[in-house]
Each structure stands twice: as C-alpha cells, then as structure tokens.
Design a protein around this ligand. Structure first.
Ligand SMILES: *Cc1c(COP(=O)(O)O)cnc(C)c1O
Length: 190
C-alpha cells in the first residue's frame, strides 16, 4: 500500500513513518524533494513513488529522489529516465501509465500503443514492472480494472498499480498489487 502524502506536511506523515510504513506517494517533484530528501537520508528503508505527471525537465531530480515512477507514458520520457539513471547508477522501478478510459485530458499511453512503448522500454534497459491507471472519475471502474488486468497479463508483468481511496478493494479483486491511498489515510486534501 502506497500512502499518498501529496499536499500534506511532514508532521502529518511522521506518525506513519514512526509506525514503520515504507511506501509513500507524491505527485510533484519539487514538493517531494522538499519534504523527503532529508528523511530518506535518515530512513533508508523508505520507498518513494512518483505518481503524477512528470515533465522531462524534472526527470533528473525525480530519478535522484524516487524509487518508483508510475507515470511513464512516452518514449521521450522513458529515454530521459534511462539516461539519467545510467548517470546516477540507479535503477528505478517503472510503471507504464495507460489512459484506460481514452480520456482527452488524461495522461497515459493509449491501449493501442502500450505494447510498442513496453518493448521500447525493454530495449533501452528500463525495469518496467507493471501498468498503472487512473480510471475515469464518474463511472464504475470495474470494466477498466478488468481490462487493465488483461493488458498487464498480456505484457507479462507481475505488478499492477491501480486503486485509490474510493475503489481499492475492487482494484485488488482485479489483482492490483500497488494501491495508492491518500484521503482514506490522511484525510481530505484542502
Ligand atoms: C491523489 C492520488 C491518489 C490518491 O487519491 P485518494 O482518492 O486520496 O486516495 C492516487 N493516485 C494518484 C495518481 C493520485 O494523484
């Protein structure tokens, strides 16, 4: 379970860290760097997940800070991550984000292009462990979760990043292995 701590200050997060929770999610590189750089030095077990849209000019800092990136959705971004992690001698775990609802505004690669992107990532040495999605807000995610499970299997991945506060139990039924929970843990975001 990834505790999504975006927008919350570190004093809200510390009790969870003290309790021994390891996985945390953030959606902005700059905010994450300010909150987590020092804490990660002290607590080397902590695993930080980038779950938001990632601009190529932020990749360098993202690769330094994060252990997982869930939002890879283009060759350009994939290549930049591969280059930066080579320089740092670091291996980030990667999820490829799928625009499962074919929404105009949403990040994510289309279903028709996911196989191409996956093989490209393999070629350039990225460690892709699974697919990730944020299904459309206004409808029952069941059909999309089912589709994600099938896509993930067809690509031979073992991990799957889906499910948020409102739908994580359903996501787990469709074999999600990383659920991303924010408001159910930390309360409503202002
Ligand atoms: C904010 C966010 C979450 C957590 O959402 P909640 O509904 O608060 O659990 C999960 N995934 C992504 C990509 C997010 O941006």
């Amino acid at each position: 379970m990834i505790a999504v701590s975006k927008t919350f200050k570190i004093d809200k997060i510390l009790p969870l860290i003290d309790h021994g929770h390891i996985h945390y999610g953030e959606n902005k590189v700059q905010e994450a760097a300010e909150k987590w750089t020092e804490i990660k030095k002290i607590n080397s077990k902590i695993q930080l997940h980038m779950i938001g849209r990632l601009q190529t000019n932020k990749v360098k800092l993202a690769v330094q800070l994060f252990d997982y990136i869930h939002s890879v959705d283009s060759k350009k971004l994939a290549k930049k991550i591969a280059d930066e992690q080579l320089k740092l001698n670091k291996k980030i775990k990667i999820f490829l984000q799928v625009n499962i609802g074919d929404e105009n505004q949403k990040s994510g690669v289309s279903k028709s292009e996911i196989h191409l992107l996956a093989s490209y990532c393999k070629e350039i040495g990225l460690e892709v462990i699974g697919l990730m999605c944020i299904p459309p807000l206004d409808i029952d995610p069941k059909g999309h979760f089912e589709e994600m499970q099938k896509l993930n299997k067809s690509l031979g991945f073992t991990e799957l990043s889906m499910g948020m506060s409102s739908d994580f139990l359903l996501a787990v039924k469709y074999l999600s292995t990383y659920v991303r929970i924010g408001s159910n843990i930390f309360g409503k975001r202002s």
